[in-house]
Every structure is written in C-alpha cells, then in structure tokens.
Design a protein around this ligand. Structure first.
Ligand SMILES: Nc1ncnc2c1ncn2[C@@H]1O[C@H](COP(=O)(O)OP(=O)(O)OP(=O)(O)O)[C@@H](O)[C@H]1O
Ligand SMILES: [Mg+2]
Length: 294
C-alpha cells in the first residue's frame, strides 16, 4: 500500500485582489519506505503541498482545495480537524529548514522530547521519556545524550540541533516524514552529514519520506524517485538516476543547467520563463501514478 497518494490536487487562495491558483492538479505517490523528492523553483508550490499533507490548510477560510489526499489509505478530507491534528507528530512528522527556530528556545531538549513522545503516548513518565530520548539521540550520533537533554537549543550547535530534530521527528515511528529544505541553514559539510544520518534512520525504520529541496545535488544522493514541479504542475517524474541522467522536460533541463558548475564555467544563462516549461508531464517508463481515484 502507498503511504501517501495525491490525485489531481488543486489549491487556490482567495485574497483582496481575487483568487490565485497555486496548484493546478498535481498527482504523486510515495510507497512504504520510499524516499521521494519534490523539486522546483521558489514559489512553485512545494511547501503548500507539504502543508496540505499535514492537514494544515484544510480548515483555512482563504483556501479552495480539491482533489484527493490519502494517507495510509485514509482520505484526509473525510477526517475531522481533531483526527488530522492527532496524526501530526505521531503518524506523520516534519523536519524544517532551520532547527534552531523550530525548537523552542525556552525549554531544555528533554522537555521538548517528552512533549513529542506524549503526543503518541499521553501517559508516558519522565523517566521513560528520558530513557527513550537518550537512546534516540545516541542513534543520531550525539556523543553525550544525557548532557544534550539538559541543554537548551542555543547551547547546542546548528548541526546538533538538526540531529535532535531528526531524532524527535522519528521518535514516534511515523509512517511519513516530511523534510522541507532540511538543513539548508547549515554549512554544506554538516548538511551532508545530517542528511546521511537521516537516510540511515529512515532506512532502519522503514519510514516513507517526502523530501523537499531545490538543491539538486542532495536530492540526487537522497531520493529514490523525483517529481519536478513548475508553477503548480508536475513537469517530470521518474526514478532519480533516470531523471537526472536523461531529463526530458524543458523545465527539468533548464533546472539542471542552472546548477552552477564548480569547475568555474560561470553562471549559466537560463530563460526565466518559457512556454515550453508548460509542456505536458513527462513520466519515465514504468513510474506512472497507480490507477484509480477513490
Ligand atoms: N497563505 C497563503 N496565502 C496566499 N498565498 C500563499 C499562501 N501560502 C503560499 N502562498 C503562495 O503559494 C505559492 C507556493 O508557495 P510555496 O510556499 O509552496 O512555495 P515553495 O515551492 O515552497 O517555494 P520555496 O522554495 O521558496 O520555499 C507562492 O506563490 C506563495 O506566494
Ligand atoms: Mg517552501
């Protein structure tokens, strides 16, 4: 079964100056244990897609939403706000770009970890929370977990905070982890280390991942499959190696060409927008969406 199945998802925001359409019917799926990346330029609709999966846009008055979002076989639109709330932090969790701002500065790590564990197990005692947190921090290679638990986020480095975030995000054994630009606030070596760690952890737990990034280098290392999104439409999708090795959609090609080469060939000239970028979705052989809209 797929952990996540999205069919023909459309989203618009109503504002003072009328409605703007942000997603124009996107479809994607993530199988159990699969790592799927969503890549595309700024404003293309990556984060709003994540927020819909997390159930955060459904109850906003200003949104117009249609299409199917199915998580672990359940249609999210059929769940109540309370049921969607109960899924967050338990069955689905999220890692954000900047760990320091998503951890609460006024509580030590242990308190925050306890809070996370309590979402899945309200009766959990401090002693048990501490034991589980210590183990989880050791799993993400934090050398002195006991000390880290007593620390406030500002007492830890950015890389350590990111590890804490990864440990917390996986603490309740979610079926889906959403990572929206994880670690882009870190320097590249720490970012690479934490991504490797995150991959190890999700492999060990069999967690499905929706990985959002515009860094094609890290996507190539991390993801099994890639969806390229352009202005709210899927431009191309396929297995990572096939898509990077043989990009067929004009927008994917432009996106790949836009990556500055470390060999110093200068910043490439890319057209900002082109009619060609709206060409139909390219699907690599054998990787289409599973049939049927429930
Ligand atoms: N609450 C909102 N109200 C109105 N428009 C919004 C709202 N949230 C997002 N948008 C618009 O939706 C579009 C997609 O935004 P989104 O945050 O998903 O982009 P993104 O692909 O994540 O970009 P980035 O790479 O910069 O994070 C943007 O044009 C944005 O302005
Ligand atoms: Mg975003």
């Amino acid at each position: 079964m797929n952990t996540l199945r999205i069919r023909d998802l459309r989203l618009g925001f109503k504002g003072w100056s009328g409605a703007v359409e942000v997603l124009h019917g996107i479809s994607l799926h993530i199988a159990k244990g699969e790592r799927v990346a969503l890549v595309g330029e700024s404003g293309s609709g990556k984060s709003v897609t994540a927020r819909i999966v997390l159930g955060l846009l459904q109850s906003l008055r200003s949104t117009r939403l249609s299409g199917l979002v199915e998580f672990d076989g359940r249609d999210l639109s059929k769940l109540s706000e309370r049921e969607r709330h109960a899924l967050r932090g338990t069955k689905m969790s999220m890692i954000f770009q900047d760990p320091t701002s998503s951890l609460n500065p006024v509580y030590p790590i242990l308190t925050q970890f306890h809070e996370v564990l309590r979402r899945a197990n309200p009766a959990i005692a401090v002693a048990e929370a501490r034991a589980r947190a210590e183990k989880a921090l050791a799993d993400v290679s934090i050398t002195d977990p006991a000390r880290a638990l007593e620390s406030y986020p500002f007492q830890l480095s950015g890389g350590m905070n990111q590890r804490v975030m990864i440990a917390m995000a996986l603490a309740n054994e979610p079926s889906l982890l959403i990572a929206d630009e994880p670690g882009t606030a870190l320097d590249v070596t720490v970012q690479a280390q934490t991504l490797r760690l995150m991959r190890e952890q999700v492999e060990r737990h069999g967690t499905s991942v929706l990985f959002i990034s515009h860094n094609l280098g890290v996507v190539r290392e991390f993801a099994d499959r890639v969806y390229v999104i352009y202005k709210g439409r899927i431009a191309e999708q396929g297995p990572t190696a096939a898509l990077f090795g043989n990009p067929r959609h004009p927008y994917t090609r432009a996106l790949l060409d836009a990556v500055p080469r470390i060999t110093g060939e200068g910043i490439p000239e890319i057209e900002d927008a082109s009619e060609a970028y709206f060409a139909p979705t390219v699907v690599h052989e054998g990787y289409g969406e599973p049939e049927g809209v429930a």
